[in-house]
Ligand binder design. Sequence first.
Ligand SMILES: [Zn+2]
Length: 410
Amino acid sequence: MARIAFTQAVLFDSVAGVLRPHATVVVQDELIVDVLFGDVRIDDARIVDVGGRTLMPGLIDAHVHVTSTVPDFMKLGMMPASLIAAQSKDIVEGMLARGFTTVRDAAGADHGLVQAIEQGYFQGPRLFIAGQAISQTGGHGDTRPIGVKTMMCTCAGLGMLGTIADGVGEVRRAAREQIRNGAHQIKVMAGGGVSSPTDPIDGTQYSLEELRAVCEEADAANTYVMAHAYSPKAIIRAVQSGVKSIEHGNLLDEAAAREMRRQGAWYVPTLATYDSLAREGASLGWPQAMLDKLDRVKARGLEAIRIAHAEGVPIAFGTDLLGTMHDDQSNEFTLRAQAMGAAAILQGATSIAARMMGQEGRLGVVAPGAIADLIVVDGDPLADLSLLQQQGAHLPVIMKAGRWVRNRLG
Ligand SMILES: [Zn+2]
């Protein structure tokens, strides 16, 4: 029975979005068992004096691709799964070192990687995987350049971002296949994308019948659907079909945000990837059509967050980075600060993301009964979000499920 008590902490209450001073948090095995305030006496526990620093839940990134070890999807599709797995080790370790104790993979990671982390082969965040994203022919998950005639492999495979399915029967089968292979949630491509060669960014993808069928299959397996969508029309069709979270959503307007709110949907913007791609996109050898699409959505990212925030849509943290750009993950915090307050941003990376993922009370909160995923920030992140940057340099403590990832407080 290992008991650890964090004392003299300023606790970030991720539900209320406020700091609470003079807190003591007691961890036993993998759970938080007590959260106390004021002068308290703790017996039979190892004391870790936080010294007035901020103690908060481990961070959650709700849109990552841990197997996107290179930023070129065609190349990734030709790489051996074993090599991708080996390379993804650095990516998950980097995320955990930045304080992310849970991430939601938006396509690519498989059940083997979930187990590799659980069994301790890789030090990484807890993974919630989507398996392969379900895409229509010519949709965002169809990475074949124009004119390429060969069929895409629809076999499940590490690093394979998309599987192509057309028609209600095929999309049902594709959704069931992801669930059979251990997916925690289903990802569907409901509109055009930046990194796919032939689809218009403001187009819609899939018929309403197909979208509804995917959502029905997810619901039947007690899970939900996350949808890639940019345009108001694609967003509205998706949430009206039962999609729970809208990914990227850069072109959303008031009407789309209102419909998201009405349908109880979440919004997961991913500003970090556009910011990184804008710096590195040209050197990646992307064709001009893709760079043009990138410019268009990047310019609208902050405005989309302002609109959704004003309409009261819950906004979760996401980044969507690829390859070496993963180091830019925590830039998302400061990028978002131009559109919303620090407390709401941190809630998006804790309690709000957890609720979206069906993990309310279990993850993203410091409360009795929650899993002991904790970080200590050397300073006040509400006053300075950049404390979460620099690859976790300002995080003297990182704990995942009651186990030390890092403890520099002794
Ligand atoms: Zn993505």
